[in-house]
Ligand binder design. Structure first.
Ligand code: IPM
Ligand code: MG
Length: 379
């Protein structure tokens, strides 16, 4: 049965356009593999939108995102726009999409692909088989709390941000965390700063209340400073981590590095109805933009997450993950994941890495078909 999906592409800034254009090739192949009819549109966001339209999130972009089944975004930001006032910066484009589409649940898996064990900054045995999922609340907390701003006072300037969570916001992200833990190892660690901040005391209380509905999940609580330390001391103690917006931002960068490179981490930002925005966790990396050296794997893996979470095409998603693994096993490396340790590694650029994933994906399909034929024959 053929299905029809509309995907909005937002390349953004820096390396965004080059990694996204490679990922779109995979998107097309993956759609074809499951007989999905794709309608791909493209709009501007971030610095690119500021240049074209004078604002980081034009009305047309938000409207197109609202109308799409899924959004694939590259990255936003760069030195060119750093002098702008906060509400005009490229980052506001991304934050506006998150809140405008109510993408409250951000899933950031940190998985170590075995061939990259020696690219991690930690010892290989500490990260072997690492597979953590960070569930980050994405539309609340100190990122969005009011009041905010910088004001003049008689004794000098004063800067304010407000760390706010309602019970409802905590409860809905808690349920995502528990549901994910239930599908995995059954362990959930909630990260807060309940020894100092009232808002995270409420966080801890509400998480504890929701736990009553998940007797099969083992819940633990950890202060964020300890969690940062534990992530680099013994990361494999974690399975699913649920935390607020700012702590999730910080801890997911730490977790990313454990896997060898921030260039490897995909993410999904989901609304309650399953619609989602998919983006690599890495930023726009303006220093390497346009040189064909950026790692396209995080964006390609984000396409995998799109098939898993928005399109319920688990088999395709698994096939994308397997294709990436086999390319890494073959020794191909972009500059960010070359370790210099093993000599079977071959340094490649963005496009060659993507080419290899595409052919591995096609091979996975052939193998899956052959396996099925063999299974039917043996029956
Ligand atoms: C991220 C980024 C964003 C964030 C920025 C670009 C607004 O760091 O997605 O982790 O802080 O959430
Ligand atoms: Mg971040």
């Amino acid at each position: 049965m053929s299905s029809h999906r509309e995907v909005l592409i937002l390349p953004g800034d820096g390396i965004g356009p080059e990694v996204v254009s490679q990922a779109v090739r995979l998107l097309r192949d993956a759609a074809q593999a499951c007989d999905m009819e794709l309608d791909i549109r493209q709009e501007a966001v971030g610095g690119a939108a500021i240049e074209a339209d004078g604002q980081p999130l034009p009305e047309a972009t938000l409207a197109a995102a609202r109308g799409a089944d899924a959004v694939l975004l590259g990255a936003v930001g760069g030195p060119r726009w750093e002098g702008l006032p906060m509400h005009e910066r490229p980052e506001r484009g991304l934050l506006g999409l998150r809140s405008g589409l109510d993408l409250f649940a951000n899933l950031r898996p940190a998985i170590l692909f075995a061939p990259l064990a020696d690219a991690s900054s930690l010892k290989a045995e500490l990260v072997a088989n690492l597979d953590i999922l960070i569930v980050r609340e994405l539309t609340g907390g100190i990122y969005f709390g009011e009041p905010r701003g910088i004001e003049q006072t008689p004794t000098g300037r004063r800067g304010v941000n407000s760390y706010v969570y309602t019970e409802h916001e905590i409860e809905r992200i808690a349920r995502i965390g528990f549901d994910m833990a239930r599908k995995r190892s059954g362990r959930l660690c909630s990260v807060d700063k309940a020894n100092v901040l009232e808002v995270t005391q409420l966080w801890r209380d509400v998480i504890g209340e929701v736990a009553a509905d998940y007797a099969d999940v083992e819940l633990s609580h950890m202060y964020v400073d300890n969690a940062g330390m534990q992530l680099v001391r013994a990361p494999k103690q974690f399975d699913v981590i649920v935390t607020g917006n700012m702590f999730g931002d910080i801890l997911s960068d730490v977790a990313a590095m454990l896997t060898g490179s921030v260039g490897m981490l995909p993410s999904a930002s989901l609304a309650a109805d399953g619609r989602g925005l998919y983006e690599p966790v890495h930023g726009s990396a303006p220093d390497i933009a346009g040189q064909n050296v950026a790692n396209p794997l995080a964006t390609m893996l984000s396409v995998g997450m799109m098939f898993r979470y928005s399109f319920a095409e688990r088999e395709i998603a698994d096939r994308i993950d397997a294709a990436v693994l086999s390319v890494l096993e073959s020794g191909l490396r972009t500059a960010d994941i070359i370790s210099g340790v093993a000599d079977r590694q071959t340094l490649v650029g963005t496009d060659a890495m993507a080419d290899a994933v595409l052919s591995a994906f096609a091979e996975e399909a052939v193998e899956a078909e052959e396996a099925q034929v063999a299974q039917e024959r043996d029956r």
